[in-house]
Design a binder for this molecule. Structure first.
Ligand code: MG
Length: 388
């Protein structure tokens, strides 16, 4: 086993958990971050990711990514990078597996609907909801709420986009009990998980976009990086069916991005020469980065996906319908809380904003499938049905 770098997160030097229960020894020796990963995998919120989508809302096809398979792909990519840089793989994996756990049904469409519905009640955002899900809503233990994750895990989830200048109320609430040092950068493990997310979805959205027919193959070649990689793949794989060449293209692009990230970040680390993870936190910039050329290529890939896929007319129609489903469900439960399942109506707070918050918690936890079923039950047949 490769020794951890001095700037990696070391489980034996963890700042610990908010609550200090006796660690269970029944599953053999597992360190702090391995336990974090296992708690995520065994959580209810993690299982619900199997029926939550982002681009291809409630898809008919079994071959599209869902948030669960997306999270597994992010974890795979993140672990590869972590190992190459001698970072803690378990923490990196746990962060990757948990990063999308706060997403409501129907991805950004659901988020827009909840944000609008909750605007009078303190707002809503998926990052805050990830922290709330893991520290308040998941309740597997009898003595305290939440999964009681390590400081490093919650730090990584809170700061995955860099230092937090204006924390959401959910993050502030946790931070008041367990100071996550929000003004500093996150560990390299968290920085890796954040960019592994981009590598995963850039490439799998190209793959799913082609599968759906919404993205024409020729459109991809308008991005110089993709055109160059395609030329490379074609020169290596002559006489191979187009479909397999395309799969090789996706693999190749993931490899290019991972290699670039490892090389560039390794050089950044060598220059900054952090001796500890606290040096990483105190460093004025993120150290895990693409080279300027790859950062530009990645930006162009994203711009193409926005223009041709995420903002395409058929996806927009679907997102509009999905937003309608979430807005209508919120209005219905808020006006008639008796529609809530017993376990949720029994705990309904009397006062606002807690009452609206409780309803948004219920809706945010829904899968796409469950939201459509509740809409059909309370409101009527949804216009939205699996699109692609
Ligand atoms: Mg993601």
């Amino acid at each position: 086993m490769i020794a951890l770098a001095s700037y990696a997160c070391n489980p034996s030097a963890s700042r610990g958990r908010l609550h200090a229960p006796p660690e269970s020894g029944t599953r053999g020796p597992r360190d702090m971050f391995q336990r974090d990963r296992d708690r995520i995998i065994h959580s209810i919120a993690f299982r619900r990711l199997r029926d939550k989508t982002q681009v291809f809302i409630a898809p008919d096809g079994d071959h599209y990514r869902v948030r669960l398979t997306h999270s597994l792909e992010v974890a795979q990519i993140a672990r590869t990078i972590a190992r190459a840089l001698r970072l803690n793989e378990d923490l990196t994996e746990a962060l990757a597996l948990a990063h999308d756990i706060g997403h409501p049904p129907f991805g950004h469409a659901g988020e827009d609907a909840l944000t609008a519905a909750m605007a009078p009640y303190g707002g809503w955002c998926h990052n805050a909801h990830t922290i709330r899900t893991l520290t308040v809503l998941e309740c597997p233990y009898p003595y305290f709420p939440g999964l009681n994750l390590s400081w490093e895990m919650l730090e990584g989830l809170a700061k995955h986009n860099g230092p937090v200048v204006s924390p959401s109320w959910a993050l502030s609430a946790y931070n008041a009990q367990h100071d996550l040092h929000l003004a500093t950068f996150a560990s390299l493990e968290a920085q890796v998980a954040a960019l592994a997310d981009d590598i995963a979805y850039d490439n799998h959205d190209i793959d799913d976009g082609l599968r759906s027919g919404l993205l024409a193959f020729d459109t991809l070649l308008e991005v110089p990086f993709i055109a160059a990689r395609w030329a490379h793949v074609q020169s290596r794989l002559t006489g191979v069916p187009h479909e397999q060449q395309v799969r090789e293209l996706i693999r190749d692009m993931i490899g290019q991005m991972v290699n670039d990230l490892v090389t560039t970040s390794g050089a950044n680390i060598a220059t900054a020469a952090p001796e500890s993870v606290d040096d990483v936190r105190a460093h004025g910039t993120a150290l895990i980065q693409f080279s300027p050329a790859m950062a530009e290529a990645e930006r162009q890939v994203k711009a193409m996906l926005y223009a041709k896929l995420y903002r395409s007319a058929p996806v927009k129609v679907l997102q509009h319908q999905a937003k309608e489903v979430v807005s209508a469900l919120f209005a219905a439960y808020h006006a008639q809380p008796n529609l809530l399942p017993t376990e949720w109506s029994a705990r309904l707070p009397i006062d606002e904003p807690e009452r609206a918050r409780h309803i948004s918690d219920f809706i945010a936890g829904m899968t796409d499938r469950y939201a459509l079923a509740r809409y059909a039950e309370h409101i009527g047949p949804p216009t939205l049905s699996g699109g692609f």
